[in-house]
Design a protein around this ligand. Structure first.
Ligand code: SAM
Length: 284
């Protein structure tokens, strides 16, 4: 098997296909031998799992997934990479490459056709940074699909924001949104030197476990997300003002709700815990 994390091997393959990196598709490929095995190891202990990979590039992570799990479906938008992947993945019978945009693909259909008898499906990706949050929310918001966990490489700052505990300074609407569906954690940092071409920023690998019950305390999902949006859209304002404006309610109404929830109306969005947001959305 070719060592796809060896920079000389990568350059040779890319040159032989006349491939040039596309900045707009977020193409920074991994050239470090330890990152992809670690990502695959952290995905699940279930060897019979099915895996969806987003953006395989030339297939460095794909190989690690194929060695460990029953079946891997890799979705790659760039059709120039398909012949390269055909060559680098030739030895793996359990890998299928789909040339498509992950944001346009029908995930339900894909899972139904490719993973019919699988009892566990996980997602793994070194995500293109230009669509990180969009991809994460596209997957999480699809309630018809049953995904066990996601192991993702993201820009370090995005990883910190997503995994920030609500009630801390780094938290934002995305931290609350992800926590509604699962429990995110940072697994390990990845230095920018581990990529070709070298990006401007460092990365982190995160895991989002989707077997949680965080959302069970929330009565109305739409209202919960509306409250999160209203407060974080005006995150410098206190929640009395941002909620009144964002939820179209008088300040007296909001004051009463916050009083019954025992929450200080002078707090700002970043000072509220997940439970505070749930309580407000349940009462409003
Ligand atoms: N997995 C490879 C690695 O780790 O070396 C490549 C990772 S690179 C950061 C991101 C990959 O995602 C590229 O191959 C890029 O072409 C692909 N990509 C970008 N946008 C995509 C989309 N909307 N759907 C599917 N793949 C996409």
């Amino acid at each position: 098997m070719k060592n796809l994390s060896d920079i000389k091997v990568i350059k040779k393959i890319l040159n032989s296909f006349g491939f040039k990196f596309s900045k707009s598709l977020g193409q920074n490929f991994i050239v470090d031998g330890s990152v992809c095995p670690q990502m695959a190891e952290n995905l699940t202990e279930n060897k019979n799992s099915g895996v969806i990979e987003i953006g395989p590039g030339i297939g460095v992570l794909t190989a690690q997934l194929a060695e460990r799990f029953k079946k891997v479906i890799s979705v790659e938008i760039d059709k120039r990479l398909v012949p390269i992947l055909k060559e680098t993945k030739a030895e793996f019978e359990n890998v299928k490459i789909i040339n498509a945009d992950i944001l346009k693909i029908d995930l339900n259909k894909l899972i139904e056709t490719e993973f019919k008898d699988f009892d566990e499906i996980n997602i793994c990706a070194n995500l293109p940074y230009y669509i990180t949050s969009e991809v994460i929310m596209y997957i999480l918001e699809n309630e018809k699909i049953n995904i066990n966990s996601l192991v993702l490489m993201l820009q370090k700052e995005a990883a910190e924001r997503i995994c920030a505990r609500p009630g801390t300074r780094q938290s934002g609407a995305i931290s609350l949104a992800v926590r509604y569906y699962g429990d995110p954690e940072i697994l390990f940092p990845v230095n920018k030197e581990c990529f070709i071409p070298i990006p401007k920023v460092d990365s982190s690998v995160i895991k989002i476990n989707l077997n949680n019950s965080n959302s069970k305390i929330i009565k109305d999902k739409t209202k919960f997300f509306k409250v999160v949006k209203a407060t974080f859209l005006q995150r410098r304002k206190n929640i009395l003002n941002s909620l009144s404006a964002g939820m179209s309610k008088s300040k007296d109404e909001i004051k009463n709700i916050l009083n019954s929830a025992g929450i200080n109306p002078n707090f700002r969005a970043e000072q509220l815990s997940f439970e505070d947001f749930s309580e407000i959305s349940n009462l409003i």
